[in-house]
Ligand binder design. Structure first.
Ligand code: PLP
Length: 400
């Protein structure tokens, strides 16, 4: 439509939201659907956090916040980075946004000019390339492979860097693959980045608290302090504290960048919801046992899903370090036919046929830039996961 902007014409709607929507519609129409497409914890926000918001409302904390965030939250964020990541940031170097999504968007909006390149390892979270496109930048996709655990290698990074590279977007643990980088892996990437001072690093650590077994989470500015001056470390309360609907994300980085993001935010939202910020102060400063308990639950679910998927004919499922996703390959099933005679010619047709035959909603890998794979979110009950994986096993066994 001629009325719409050029910027909008560059954007695709989110494939994950589309799948969730489709699953919802089928359910409403009476189909027995198990939805494994959703990217949010299936837990309720802890009571101490809810109460902090209620108390804030009762105290009359109902006015506009300072644009970059209320002082107690910016202090809590600075303390969180020191306590958990050994990173020194002053509160002035932090910013609170309406979800991690807005932080990422504003960082790009504040810095990307037409022709600037942003390196995005694939598979990627669906929104990165779209945000880059809205800002007029060019996404340069860096390849990963299932053999490398879907992690960017120093060689692939080096290959993707050009004089026009402005940002590298890192996401560990990753949506959609669950892959998380070890200290040694980050150090090796850091060595490449040190050779290219024009490249800034935007690290999305949203799933920091969801890593399993003896994996130790690290973030790049901590591992390579020489990159501190050109790293924006982004995080949020959405996934760790089951607070997706509160819409609070945050970041810390060089003061000049934070100030630029503040200017943008001042013209967009005037700052994130005041009482949700008070709830986030409690999330960061309050007891952390909720996070530990959930971690154990998610780890059990991951192990169940990985084990059952690897027993499904033609599916290969690596066991990732974190997040609440697995990213199995369905490559061995490409070319096979369903009972109705339809040919599985891509991960997209595989996911469509699976939904049709067994009512299991998952998201096709093409949406995340790497296939033939699909993403399963295991942020649902063990009973649901067991039933869904049984159905996937039955479906793959039925292909010929
Ligand atoms: N980054 C990643 C990798 C995500 O998966 C998500 C949410 O799905 C976000 C950022 C956005 O987080 P928020 O809900 O706080 O905007």
């Amino acid at each position: 439509m001629a009325f719409l902007s050029d910027a909008l014409s560059r954007v695709k709607p989110s494939a994950t939201i589309a799948m969730t929507q489709k699953a919802r519609e089928l359910k409403k129409a009476g189909r027995d659907i198990i939805d494994l497409s959703v990217g949010e914890p299936d837990f309720d926000t802890p009571d101490n956090i809810k109460n902090a918001a209620i108390d804030a409302i009762r105290r009359g904390e109902t006015n506009y916040p300072p644009v970059s965030g209320i002082v107690p939250l910016r202090e809590a964020i600075a303390q969180k980075f020191k306590r958990e990541n050994n990173l020194d940031y002053t509160p002035a170097q932090t910013i609170v946004g309406t979800g991690g999504k807005q932080i990422l968007f504003n960082a790009l909006m504040a810095t990307v000019n037409a022709g600037d390149e942003v390196i995005i390892p694939r598979p990627y979270w669906v929104s990165y390339p779209e945000m880059v496109a809205i800002c007029g930048g060019t996404s340069v996709f860096a390849e990963t492979s299932i053999a490398d655990g879907f992690k960017l290698t120093p060689r692939a990074l080096e290959k993707a860097i050009t004089p026009k590279t402005k940002w590298l977007i890192m996401n560990s643990p990753s949506n959609p693959s669950g892959a998380a980088y070890t200290e040694a892996e980050l150090k090796a990437l850091g060595d490449v980045l040190l050779k290219h001072p024009q490249v800034w690093i935007l690290t999305d650590d949203m799933y920091e608290h969801l890593t399993y077994g003896d994996f130790v989470f690290r973030t790049i500015a901590e591992v390579e302090p020489r990159l501190y001056e050109r790293t924006l470390t982004m995080n949020g309360v959405s996934k760790a504290y089951a607070m997706t609907g509160w819409r609070i994300g945050y970041a810390a980085g060089p003061l000049e960048l934070i100030k630029a993001m503040d200017v943008l935010q001042g013209q967009q939202t005037s700052g994130a919801c005041t009482m949700a910020q008070w709830a986030s102060v409690e999330a960061l400063n309050g007891p952390q046992d909720f996070v530990k308990k959930n971690k154990a639950i998610f780890q059990g679910r991951r192990d169940l899903v990985v084990s059952m998927l690897n027993q499904a004919r033609g599916i290969t499922c690596p066991s990732p370090e974190g997040a609440f996703y697995v990213y199995p390959s369905c490559e061995a099933l490409i070319g096979k036919k369903t009972r109705e005679g339809a040919v599985i010619d891509s991960d997209k047709t595989f996911c469509g046929a699976l939904l049709e035959a067994e009512g299991v909603a998952v998201v096709f890998g093409g949406a995340f830039g790497l296939g033939p794979n699909f993403r399963i979110s295991y942020a649902t009950s063990e009973a649901n996961l067991e039933e869904a994986c049984t159905r996937i096993q039955r479906f793959t066994a039925s292909l010929s």
